[in-house]
Write a protein that binds this ligand. Structure first.
Ligand code: HEM
Length: 214
């Protein structure tokens, strides 16, 4: 009897399918396409991403050990640029809280690759977010903001490079990479939520203006 050949699903397809629910949750939590986009909400979200990248980027670089790949993908300074362009001063930026658990996402190579998929993928939706901000948010500087659209015309090329790296992962390690991506979305959801909630204060709440302890 003929056996059915195993269908091999690419790691990218598995990642997309496994994380689509979490992506939707994050997208709707952040509401970055809400119209009009609130300045307070946007700044609070950027501040939380700052606390994530500050820990995650060095951890990723240590684990991947490929400076030529990770160097052009650093985005911490882009967040700082955006916060300054939105009138946040350096002392407040320096004092922003970090999320130490972000280092754990990169404790193994497979975890780091899953995490890389999530953070690089965010540059795809970032194109839409940036266009919307320019059209719709009167507080957005004319020259635009950088964090959500860090690579400009190189976005497609950088994404293809990331997918090419994921293509090298042998099939027996796919599950661990998918786990890493899911853990990354879970941590982001948990870390970003207070910023979003606090930028919509209820009458009986007295949160800090930015949803973070400055
Ligand atoms: C309101 C916020 C967001 C919107 C509107 C959005 C929208 C999108 C869109 C339209 C795409 C597909 C782009 C394309 O195929 O050319 C995409 C892809 C993706 N986004 Fe988002 N996104 C948002 C936030 C995020 C965040 C915060 C992350 C993670 C930090 C993220 C992770 C991803 C990933 C991993 C992909 C790639 C999916 C794939 O494998 O094709 N997104 N997003």
């Amino acid at each position: 009897m003929l056996s059915t050949p195993a269908v091999s699903v690419s790691l990218h397809a598995r990642l997309r399918e496994a994380t689509s629910h979490a992506h939707q949750q994050l997208e709707s939590l952040l509401g970055l396409l809400d119209s009009p986009m609130s300045y307070t909400r946007f700044v609070a979200v950027l501040m939380r991403f700052h606390g994530f990248h500050r820990v995650w980027e060095p951890a990723l670089e240590r684990t991947l050990g490929d400076a030529a790949f990770t160097g052009p993908r650093r985005r911490l300074t882009l967040i700082e640029h955006d916060l300054r362009a939105l009138d946040i001063d350096d002392l407040d930026i320096e004092a922003l809280p970090i999320v130490p658990e972000a280092a754990q996402l990169c404790r193994t190579l497979d975890g780091a690759l899953g995490s890389l998929y999530v953070m690089e993928g965010s540059t795809l939706g970032g194109r839409v977010i940036t266009r919307r901000l320019l059209e719709d948010a009167d507080w957005c500087p004319e020259e635009g903001l950088l964090y959500f659209h860090p690579y400009g015309d190189l976005t497609g090329e950088r994404w293809r490079q990331t997918l090419a790296l994921l293509d090298l992962v042998p099939v027996e390690r796919h599950e661990a990479v998918v786990e890493g991506a899911l853990e990354t979305f879970a941590l982001l959801l948990q870390w970003l939520e207070p910023a979003v909630v606090a930028s919509h204060p209820r009458d009986d709440d007295t949160p800090s203006e930015w949803g973070v302890a400055l």
